[in-house]
Design a protein around this ligand. Sequence first.
Ligand code: BTN
Length: 233
Amino acid sequence: MSLGGPARRGLGAPHLHLRRTDSTNDRARILALDGAPHGTLVSADAQSAGRGRQGRRWSAPDGTALLMSLVLRGPPRLLSLAAAVAVAEVAGSGALIKWPNDVLLDGRKVAGILIEGRPQEDWLVLGIGLNVAVDLGQLPGDVRARAGTLGRGAAEIGAIREQLLDRLDAWLAASPAAVLDAWRGRDALLGREVAWAHGRGQACGIDGEGRLVVALAHGGRAELCSGEVHLAG
Ligand code: BTN
């Protein structure tokens, strides 16, 4: 499913663009703590300390990736899944999502999403890194084997950012049922053997809360709320 209709521009203003920063998520967090409104956008051409999920770093050669973070006040349920659907739409019709929110093209990760903040204060920072024009040969060796790129030009990053803001506007306002439906239509793990820190089994899709349901190798089912899974074997 794809959400169409006229774009409502709620996200992306005010917009702070930096040539270089440590991490756009860190800049956005500072702005959020300082009272920045819902929809505030921080983007950068380069990051010196980009961060990924699970405490990893996020690397992108200068000027070749879309690096952005949004301040969201009153974020929707299923934010992580909705954001992944928005990014996947921008990445292309063949883009799949590896639970919970890695966006893959041809099995390679072209985008990652890092959500941080203070849910108890009803605000979050939604950070997105999308490899638009990345030369994979310039990535650190450990990342290179699994990373992908849109293979577009660096001059297109601004236009792709605008497209993504439009898609985020639509998907963050969509019903949970629509988000789940769209996410399931791009599930990269469905039916595949997966493994994680505490087990392995066959991925059976996501439940209504966005948990990954796994049929365990030795019987029974597991519902994973967070963490990392990888293809087994
Ligand atoms: C992942 O590990 O998959 C999430 C990667 C998120 C990277 C983006 S780049 C923009 C924003 N700033 C950061 O430091 N991280 C996120």
